[in-house]
Design a protein around this ligand. Structure first.
Ligand SMILES: NC(=O)c1ccc[n+]([C@@H]2O[C@H](COP(=O)([O-])OP(=O)(O)OC[C@H]3O[C@@H](n4cnc5c(N)ncnc54)[C@H](O)[C@@H]3O)[C@@H](O)[C@H]2O)c1
Length: 319
């Protein structure tokens, strides 16, 4: 049986594709290559397709039958918070429209297992430093809203036609499991700092007066390879009849401040750079870290790599 991976040519998806291939599982990748790169997926079958296109349901239904698909991991989505604020309709069309087509095709094909890429952006600005899954989510931008709605779509499909869903709420994903699978988008802290260093600029720190130990924001960094393994654990979990939960935080459960990340980058790179400390940015909570007890208890998954491994692997992959 085949695992369909949407967005499999992307940064995180390609790590999961590689793990599945190493396990000898058959993989079908569907990706419109808007940010994905075909070379990342090696010999895996790739069908270029825009999930948000009107004809996508029909096409997906045919592909599921043709390839004997029995489970889906759904990564394909647009993920830039700022862009989602400027183009909200398009974000809903892409992320929600695409997911509706996918679920429709799964229902048509009686494919009942889905692992969905959700995000810590669903939480908005939590008042808990280490937030748990039952927290009342109030996303503060269209991107985060599309992820929370995606989780609701999973819950509705579970009730309506027996889907088995697992929503994985990723925290700050970084690092590289293999040198050719680096995060090439300059959107998260680690690639942003690397890009600044390449350009000979001082990395910017937004806010040093937060109520945190060193004044900079604290986030939960998870190694992309650990995250990829969480998807395999989630697929196995969906085989179980006695599933207590559908939503899981995926993080290390350990907070690292922006200054701590910068110090680790200095150590790994050997470059003693200056930093450009500016005012706080709107919408940045002081802490956004994961309570990881549920995923540990239910899926038996814990992050194995620490901040040093994350930075070292990202640095090695870009050099
Ligand atoms: N990177 C992170 O830190 C992070 C954190 C939380 C959640 N996520 C989520 O994880 C998923 C993967 O993120 P990533 O970092 O690998 O991003 P990415 O941009 O590298 O991967 C997304 C992939 O989906 C494809 N795609 C996008 N829209 C599509 C569409 N309409 N039809 C078909 N293919 C489409 C892209 O070409 C790309 O290959 C996304 O859903 C993202 O929202 C990522």
């Amino acid at each position: 049986m085949t695992v369909l991976v949407t967005g499999g040519a992307g940064y995180i998806g390609s790590h999961v594709v590689r793990l599945l291939q190493q396990q000898g599982r058959k993989v079908l990748v569907i990706d419109n290559l808007s940010s994905g790169v075909q070379e990342r997926i090696g010999e895996a079958v790739l069908v270029p397709l825009d999930l948000a296109a009107e004809s996508a349901t029909e096409r997906l239904t045919a592909l599921m039958a043709e390839h004997g698909v029995d489970s889906v991991i759904h990564f394909a989505a647009r993920k830039q918070v700022g862009e989602s604020v400027l183009k909200p309709e398009w974000y809903f069309e892409q992320n929600i429209g695409g997911m509706a087509h996918l679920l429709d095709a799964m229902k048509n094909s009686d494919v009942r297992k889905l692992v969905f890429s959700s995000s810590a952006a669903t939480y908005g600005i939590p008042t808990e430093d280490y937030v748990g899954e039952d927290y009342d989510c109030k996303p503060i931008n269209p991107y985060g809203q599309t992820k929370l709605i995606g989780e609701w779509m999973v819950a509705n499909a579970e009730r309506a036609w027996g889907l088995r869903g697992a929503n994985l709420r990723y925290f700050n994903v970084a690092g590289a499991g293999w040198p050719d699978l680096a995060d090439t988008a300059v959107m998260n802290l680690v690639p942003i700092v690397f890009a600044a260093l390449r350009d000979g600029k001082a990395p910017v720190v937004f806010g040093s007066d937060y109520p945190t130990p060193d004044g900079s924001c604290v986030r939960d960094y998870v190694h992309v390879l650990d995250l990829a393994e969480a998807h395999i654990a989630a697929l196995d979990y969906l085989e179980r009849e006695n599933r207590k939960h559908a939503t899981f935080n995926v993080g290390s459960g350990k907070g690292s401040s922006v200054f701590e990340v910068l110090a680790e980058i200095k150590k790994v790179s050997g470059i003693d750079f200056e930093t450009d400390v500016q005012d706080r940015r709107a919408g940045d909570p002081p802490y956004l870290c994961a309570n990881v007890s549920r995923i540990k208890d239910e899926l038996g998954w814990v992050a194995k790599h620490d901040l040093h491994d994350i930075i070292q692997s990202a640095w090695d992959a870009q050099n």
